[in-house]
Design a protein around this ligand. Sequence first.
Ligand SMILES: [Zn+2]
Length: 485
Amino acid sequence: MKVYDLVIQGGHLVIPKTGVVKADIGVKGEKIAAISLRIDPQTGERVIDASGKYVFPGAVDSHFHIGIFRPLDEDALSESRSAVWGGVTTICSYFRTGKNYLNRSGPYQEVFPEVLEKSKGSFFTDYAYHVSIMTPEQMKEIDLLIERFGISTFKYFMFYKMLDLTGGAGGDKYLLLNTSYDLGFLYNYMKEVARANEKYKNYGRISLSIHCEQPEIINVATQYVRQHESGRPLKDYSDARPAFSERMAIKDAEVLAGETHCPINLLHLSSIDAIEAGKEAVGKHPELNILLEGTLHHLGLSNDIPYGRLGKVNPPIREREHVEALWQAVLAGDIKTVVSDHACSTQKIKEGDLWTSLAGFGGTELLFPLLLTEGYRKRGLPLERIAELTSYYPALYHELYPKKGTIAVGSDADLALIDLEKEKEVSVETLHSAQDFTPFEGLSYRGWPTHTILRGQVVFENDKVVAQPGVGQYVKRPVKLHYKD
Ligand SMILES: [Zn+2]
């Protein structure tokens, strides 16, 4: 008798906070219905033989920029497709008003339905959005964003108030603002997020994600480096946005978060300075449950790679000692999530010189391969810790847990089957993204997904995406507020 729609047989399950266990999974509809030492394959409509493979919870890539440089629907199609090749089953993408994205400003009750409309039918993964409040008017929409649109995380960029040397236009012009976007704004913003966090505390954590770099320091350091260029673009770019500017920004954020009781997430830490300041903030304010986030490019690349300005990203790629310190923070459990900060761009979009070209690039498909190669193999990072970094903690901090983030009965059947021995060299072709370059070019990683399963449906297998776009659904957060079943 068929009991399950899908049985995954003989795999090693990598279960966050538990470890690796050899067991079978039975899926009914969209959910995991059974985990057992042995499930009779006769009971499954379909059986996937996972022997020799490792079954991870699908990755929740919780820092993504769908539609930042390209039309949102087009970008969602190509980049979520790249994501499922990499075992990602949920994308949490940032959105803000201003230049790029939809190139418009205005109230979110008008803008956000447009975002959802363009997203609908365009994703191969499930998806959620983090939203940046950019104006005092939008600040009044926080409760609406939580209740109607399912947004539990907001965002602030500490370096946007002075973009003259980094974006070619003043921050106000870039962000299409006529109000100030400074620490005073951040203070008010944190008070509002803290108020919402208190109001919705029975449903989850409402938090503010912060890009921490200090703009006045970047401004003068950039002026200096431009007059003393070394000819090594990524080194120059790192010197122009020095690591201590991250420390200064994190300090400011910490003080304001402590004053306002606002839960914060410190994004994409790139340096020893950022890690130290981040750890201090975490230690000082346990009640705020501050999240420290790391990215693939800061863990996988250093600024001595023979790669030019296309590797420009904010905060910059740093020297090897910073990279090693980031790994130590991952191993110690200080960095709790590892994300791609995927922002698909092309060589054409990144036109210009080191100082005028746009920052950012993609790499979502490398989440597992990079962590398995550089983390598990080279540094002894346990497999279940990789499941925590890529799935459990991103889901927990961004209020998707327990719908997402683990392998458990009742959770969505979002799974990535991984062949730990499969080895591939990274190239533009192996990344399946619309991006026509990659700073990871030529690196060889071992451990790649063979199957990606989204809510019980196989979306990627045999080196092919086998689902239709639109298989991905929008997920409202906190899930406890929005899903009752
Ligand atoms: Zn980002």
